[in-house]
Design a protein around this ligand. Sequence first.
Ligand code: CP
Ligand code: NVA
Length: 315
Amino acid sequence: MRHLLTLFDLTSEEFHDVEKIARHLKARWAAGYREPLLQGQTLALLFEKPSLRTRVSFEAGVTQLGGTPLYLTQDVGWQQRETASDFIRVLGEYCQYVVCRTFSHDTVVELASFNCIPIINGLTDRAHPCQAMADVMTMREAVGDLKGKQLTFVGDGNNVARSVLHACGLAGMKFRLLGPTDYHIEQEWLDQVAADCDDLDAAQSTDAKSMLSGADFVYTDVWTSMGQENEAKERQKDFAAFQVNGELMAQAPKHCKVLHCLPAHRGEEITDEVIDSDQSLVIPQAGNRMHLQKGLLAWLAVENKQLNRSQLQLQ
Ligand code: CP
Ligand code: NVA
């Protein structure tokens, strides 16, 4: 059974295949086709933290594919009424996929270990693979071939940064992180990603000039992630020199595009002038969450033998 907990769960070919299916489904939908590829299938959503994009893009996406979303609230008693094993095995009797958003990454690892229903990581403290895959789709739409293009992530080496680094590596892009040294991505993760990607080109530094001069994309995320609220004051101080504002963008090439996974803390990690500028891709970026995840669900359905690949009508 296939799960998506991190991008390590996909080969490089599969990573590109999901995006290919997503682009195909996006084009088919835009051309007016309404194909119920996942008719009769149910996607459960199990969230420990709030969400707009991940929740609604999965709900809308599975609906567009003819399936049904089921957002589970506290009253199902997850982590309260029974063991994780009983809970997820029962869910596997009713549903075909679970999207799970948790604080601890270990929680999704445990759910996947029972191997009774595909678990899709909808963000943990470690990774946000659906976000990063959709971001690659957005960047490809913006500039075409991504080989050798550079993404500079400004700020915290967090869940989003880790997955974006990995996605850049799989897409043949250079990755740079500009931010305080104490918040750089751990060497262990970098080493694992390097082992998973051919010729990974990644660097982290506090030096804006060297990190920004070759940037084709500047990406940022909040300084304080969900669950870190008690560190907010300290983080505001630590990241103050790394705000994505007009001055910082002036150090990047003029053609450089701006990405943010959202939600943004405007006035902290990014200013209105940048996020609302012509360089900003943040709204289509959020839109592509749905298209990419439709591709992911269809790909998983094929992998888990619930859909015949020929039904995708890929050329
Ligand atoms: N980018 C993202 O995952 O947004 P949500 O927290 O709204 O799902
Ligand atoms: N790093 C942020 C991303 C939210 C989509 C968080 O974990 O809160």
